[in-house]
Design a protein around this ligand. Structure first.
Ligand SMILES: [Zn+2]
Length: 360
């Protein structure tokens, strides 16, 4: 499995200018390759493959004179961008996302290098081709495994490098800790089969309120105006802050989960979204469930805790005491069974069903 380690980078003014220029070239390549795909489709209804675009990119780059800025972009870093576009297209064709769009200056902020090919770790710094040795703050220990990707990101708060490292999978430990079922996102962020409920933290709700104020401020400003640019920058900075808050909070929650339980059963999130048909609670959108699954996935592997994913169908309607169906709308907070008399938080009832599904 791949694990990602994030570090802050401190490029000099000169290095920042160089990085900005490379990102600009990367964006040019993305947009240019996209334009070609559209043109070809328009003219001949023939799709374009990644291999074809990769060969084109090689030619473009080789035919450039040495002082052409396109030369600044490393060959394989350019290929990563074409892969990104190719993936976007394949998902689009499967109906999983909208048509890939041209990227504006503020919507293209990262570069992906293969270690040793345009970027690498050297003398305690990060080497980037055509940029030089960049200072990095190694706030936690460097990973041990094999380095697979070096991703450079430009954010409102500064520059970051993401190191993706291959980790061996840890064997699942036989455990005497209890098993738990988890239901996500109707009344609570998480509800556990032992009755524990976890709600979105208040500070996150406050942050999101402030975010909506900033969004409205952007909408009010005139397009192209300096005040709008300033409002957009504030919005981007604040969005990043919230993303960090969420990530920190989920890390704490997940850390607690994998230390408390020996095995965890969850709903298949894709099916859950389909079944609930958009009826997830406000708090679910607030906390970003996808992020929870992502963090749990690698923390559980690291801790040797088994994860079981189950089909969520009927988990909220079925009585976890006797199995009878008890229909209830989304606003009903308590499960009350007319047959066996069980009375319990509706999400906890679902969590018990989820756990039982893995045992059954
Ligand atoms: Zn019952």
């Amino acid at each position: 499995m791949l694990r990602t380690y994030r570090y802050r980078m401190y490029p000099t003014q000169e290095q920042q200018a160089a990085l900005n220029e490379i990102i600009d070239m990367a964006r040019w390549l993305y947009n240019h390759a996209l334009a070609y795909r559209r043109k070809r489709w328009y003219e001949s209804r023939i799709g374009v493959t990644y291999n074809e675009q990769s060969a084109m990119w090689r030619d473009w780059r080789n035919e450039c004179p040495d002082d052409n800025p396109l030369r600044l972009l490393n060959m394989s870093a350019g290929q990563q961008i074409l892969r990104r576009l190719d993936k976007a297209y394949r998902e689009f064709l499967k109906g999983k996302r909208g048509r890939p769009r041209f990227k504006g200056r503020h919507y293209f902020n990262s570069l992906n290098y293969k270690p040793g090919d345009g970027a690498g770790l050297k003398d305690g710094k990060l080497y980037v081709q055509n940029v030089g040795l960049v200072t990095v703050k190694w706030h936690r220990q460097m990973p041990d495994g094999k380095l697979k990707n070096i991703i450079i990101k430009r954010k409102p708060s500064g520059w970051y490098v993401l190191l993706q490292v291959e980790w061996p999978n840890v064997a699942i430990q036989p455990s005497d800790k209890p098993l738990v079922g988890i239901d996500v996102g109707i009344l609570h962020a998480l509800a556990l089969s032992d009755g524990t409920v976890i709600d979105a933290p208040g500070f996150l709700r406050e942050s999101l309120k402030k975010l909506r104020v900033l969004q409205r401020a952007v909408a009010r400003r005139k397009k192209g105006s300096r005040r709008r640019a300033k409002a957009l920058h504030q919005l981007a900075t604040y969005s990043e802050h919230i993303a960090n808050q969420r990530r920190d909070w989920w890390h704490k929650v997940v850390h607690w989960l994998v230390n408390t339980y020996g095995g965890i059963a969850l709903e298949d999130l894709n099916l859950t979204f389909m079944l609930r048909n958009g009826h997830l609670s406000r708090s679910t959108h607030d906390v970003a469930l996808g992020l929870f699954y992502e963090i749990l996935d690698y923390k559980a592997i690291e801790a040797g805790v088994e994860i079981a994913v189950v089909n969520p169908r009927h988990t909220s309607q079925m009585c976890s005491g006797c199995g009878v169906m008890v229909k209830k709308g989304l606003h009903v907070r308590v499960h009350r069974c007319p047959d066996c008399g069980l009375t319990v938080d509706r999400d906890v009832n679902a969590a018990i069903n989820i756990l039982q599904r893995t045992l059954g």
